[in-house]
Design a protein around this ligand. Structure first.
Ligand SMILES: Cc1cc2nc3c(=O)[nH]c(=O)nc-3n(C[C@H](O)[C@H](O)[C@H](O)COP(=O)(O)OP(=O)(O)OC[C@H]3O[C@@H](n4cnc5c(N)ncnc54)[C@H](O)[C@@H]3O)c2cc1C
Ligand code: SF4
Ligand code: SF4
Length: 294
């Protein structure tokens, strides 16, 4: 494991806005961390990394005095990056980001090294745990030097939902999402929704009638105004990002006008396609074949 300072980190700004001045703060968490990790050794080790201007340890870094220590150091030492080696970021990343912001540093110029859950709590060898804590702290210090200030923006998001696959899972999801008031686009690659359940007579373990459960839900999908069903269709591409996706769906030719078709089935008796085996069949054991109901 690496425990020497990174020769590549210098006091120069990695993201191009002047000199990097990193403040490093390592927490004892009472004895949670300090009983396994030699906190003073980590503090002194990080102090020797170029670009680190302040390296301090404290009993409870998330406490008000702990946060004040960081705020004071940022102001008096003109820090422009902060690393805290303590617990999981899930626990206190926000606390320390707020402290940075309070002292005038962009909240994204902060990095946290988890030396409690990822180190002190999972090791009993003090020497090895200290080496690992140094490596985690070093990685965070290296990383923070490259971080850039970011801005939080609010964007309008599209709350419509795409469900791919119209088996019982996709059907139920679509109905529930539609009930919650969202528009749903349900894409099914077969000619009909229903999936595997449409092929069964009874469902294990209750031996309920499969069609009795499924059919009303399939009908319900057809009746919901806020569910748009694309059967005999497939997703071709997905682009965009969270809240603003663009999805291309390929609809295959259906050879009837879906607006006019009532599903009476009369055309079926004359259809030459019925001579070919179904696309959907399940082979159970040696000889039994469950075909899709045509
Ligand atoms: C022989 C057999 C017997 C079973 N018996 C039972 C039982 O008795 N009790 C029980 O609880 N479970 C049983 N299961 C399991 C049961 O089938 C499944 O739990 C349930 O049907 C799965 O539903 P689903 O919606 O997740 O998937 P599926 O029913 O498989 O539906 C998936 C749907 O997605 C569509 N799809 C797939 N890929 C795409 C794509 N790229 N684009 C668009 N659409 C796509 C498919 O065409 C299909 O309609 C059985 C399974 C099998 C195979
Ligand atoms: S910052 Fe985390 S590790 Fe430090 S005292 Fe608070 S909870 Fe414990
Ligand atoms: S015959 Fe019936 S099922 Fe076939 S296309 Fe016409 S309306 Fe639809």
């Amino acid at each position: 494991m690496r425990n020497q300072p990174d020769p590549n980190i210098t006091g120069k700004e990695k993201s191009g806005n002047g000199e990097v001045r990193i403040g490093f703060f390592v927490c004892h968490c009472g004895v949670n961390i300090s009983s396994i990790v030699n906190v003073a050794e980590v503090r002194d080790y990080v102090a020797s990394i170029p670009g680190v201007v302040v390296s301090q340890d404290y009993k409870f870094m998330c406490s008000d005095p702990g946060q004040d220590l960081i705020v004071r150091a940022i102001k008096t030492q003109k820090l422009n990056r902060v690393v805290v080696a303590a617990c999981s970021p899930l626990m206190h990343e926000l606390t320390f980001r707020n402290a940075c912001e309070k002292a005038g540093i962009n909240r994204f110029l902060f990095q946290m090294a988890n030396i409690r859950e990822h180190c002190a709590w999972v090791h009993d060898d003090k020497e090895a745990a200290t080496i690992k804590a140094k490596a985690l702290a070093h990685a965070a210090v290296s990383r923070v030097a490259y971080q850039s200030p970011l801005e939080i923006k609010r964007e309008k998001i599209n709350k419509d939902v795409l469900v791919v696959g119209g088996g019982i899972a996709g059907i139920q999801a679509s109905l529930e999402i539609a009930d919650a008031g969202h528009n749903v686009y349900l894409v099914e690659r077969e000619a009909s929704i229903g999936g595997k359940m449409a092929l069964f007579d009874k469902t294990f373990p209750t031996l309920d009638c499969s069609a009795c459960i499924l059919t009303p839900k399939m009908v319900s999908v057809g009746h919901r105004e806020n569910i748009k069903l694309f059967s005999w269709s497939e997703v071709v591409s997905v682009s965009g990002y969270l809240g603003s996706y663009k999805v291309k769906v390929k609809k295959r030719a259906r050879y009837v006008d879906p607006e006019k078709c009532t599903g009476c089935g009369q055309c079926w008796s004359h259809c030459p396609a019925t001579k070919f085996p179904s696309r959907r069949q399940i082979i159970i054991g040696k000889d039994t074949l469950i075909n899709e109901k045509r």
